[in-house]
Design a protein around this ligand. Structure first.
Ligand code: HEC
Ligand code: HEC
Ligand code: HEC
Ligand code: HEC
Ligand code: HEC
Length: 170
């Protein structure tokens, strides 16, 4: 193969690959899997004003926001508690009483080769809504932003946050 062609075409291919990664639309926007029982963020975080951190206890101090165990739900829905007669609440209490965890289905799932950390963002005052939209108005959890590499890198550039490859790829 002609050396000159290789010298020109390899960098060109690299540029094209990087451009594709940055500008390609996400496969995940709009992803909203069915859950074991519907969980309504609007009722909880919106109408009843429950703070996100009450349930997602990890956001301030760890990489993962975490999804709450049923014992958190039981603070309000425990026997004879809030909406005890509603069918999904009955199911929830029943699971809890028989020691069966609820298998919530992951909505957001970044590939393992990319590193993300909630607390680093929250401690810099980045709001949940910048990446998750207004969850307090959502009746079901859904991915609303691409969360692809271009999305991350753009905001990092605007905020002078670290942007070398090793920041997110270790
Ligand atoms: C009363 C508890 C509770 C409160 C308050 C709450 N959440 Fe959740 N959240 C859950 C549960 C349970 C799930 C898992 C079920 C689901 O995805 O619908 C969840 C799922 C999510 C997910 C999707 C997780 C995934 O699998 O990728 C996001 C994002 C989220 N919550 C953000 C928020 C934000 C932002 C707030 C505050 C505005 C908030 N939540 C308030 C209980 C809560
Ligand atoms: C800078 C973007 C960004 C911000 C700000 C952000 N998140 Fe996330 N969130 C993500 C990404 C990316 C994931 C997927 C992480 C993964 O799969 O490892 C995620 C996943 C989640 C999950 C699923 C559980 C987990 O940790 O993987 C919950 C719940 C969640 N976020 C809640 C919140 C809440 C509540 C806030 C605000 C207090 C918040 N997030 C702020 C980007 C963000
Ligand atoms: C701080 C109190 C509180 C906590 C904690 C809480 N809820 Fe609720 N939940 C409420 C309130 C208030 C309502 C609305 C009741 C009504 O309108 O009759 C509700 C309603 C519900 C309903 C019925 C929704 C409907 O469509 O009528 C379900 C299901 C539910 N919650 C599930 C959960 C789950 C799952 C958790 C734990 C992840 C949880 N709740 C944690 C206060 C709470
Ligand atoms: C809305 C703006 C915004 C978005 C979107 C965003 N980030 Fe960040 N990120 C920041 C800021 C600001 C910091 C700097 C925090 C600090 O100085 O402690 C940061 C810091 C980080 C850090 C820690 C850097 C270090 O080495 O100290 C990682 C890792 C990271 N972001 C990954 C991601 C990933 C992956 C995504 C996409 C899923 C993402 N970020 C999306 C604003 C954002
Ligand atoms: C601020 C965080 C961040 C920085 C900085 C970053 N990336 Fe990424 N990168 C990501 C995320 C997040 C994904 C996964 C996107 C998705 O979910 O499709 C990704 C995906 C990729 C992929 C795609 C792999 C595939 O199979 O889809 C490659 C290749 C890549 N990055 C290379 C790089 C290189 C080279 C650099 C430095 C020039 C870099 N990244 C800098 C966050 C980052």
């Amino acid at each position: 193969m002609n050396q000159k062609i290789l010298k020109i075409s390899v960098p060109l291919l690299l540029v094209a690959a990087v451009a594709y990664l940055i500008f390609s639309p996400s496969r995940y926007v709009g992803y909203s899997p069915d859950q074991p029982i519907p969980f309504n963020h609007k009722i909880h975080a919106g109408d009843n004003g429950i703070d996100c951190r009450y349930c997602h206890t990890g956001v301030d101090n760890s990489a993962h926001a975490t999804v709450p165990p049923s014992s958190t739900c039981m603070n309000c829905h425990g026997l004879g508690g809030v909406a005890a007669k509603q069918e999904h609440v009955k199911w929830l209490v029943n699971q809890y009483n028989s020691n069966k965890p609820v298998s919530w289905v992951k909505v957001h799932d970044m590939p393992d080769f990319a590193y993300f950390n909630h607390s680093r963002h929250i401690n810099r005052g980045v709001d949940c809504s910048q990446c998750h939209g207004n969850m307090a108005e959502n009746t079901r959890a859904e991915q609303v932003k691409s969360l692809n590499m271009g999305f991350c890198v753009d905001c990092h550039r605007e905020n002078n946050a670290p942007n070398d490859c090793s920041t997110c790829h270790r």
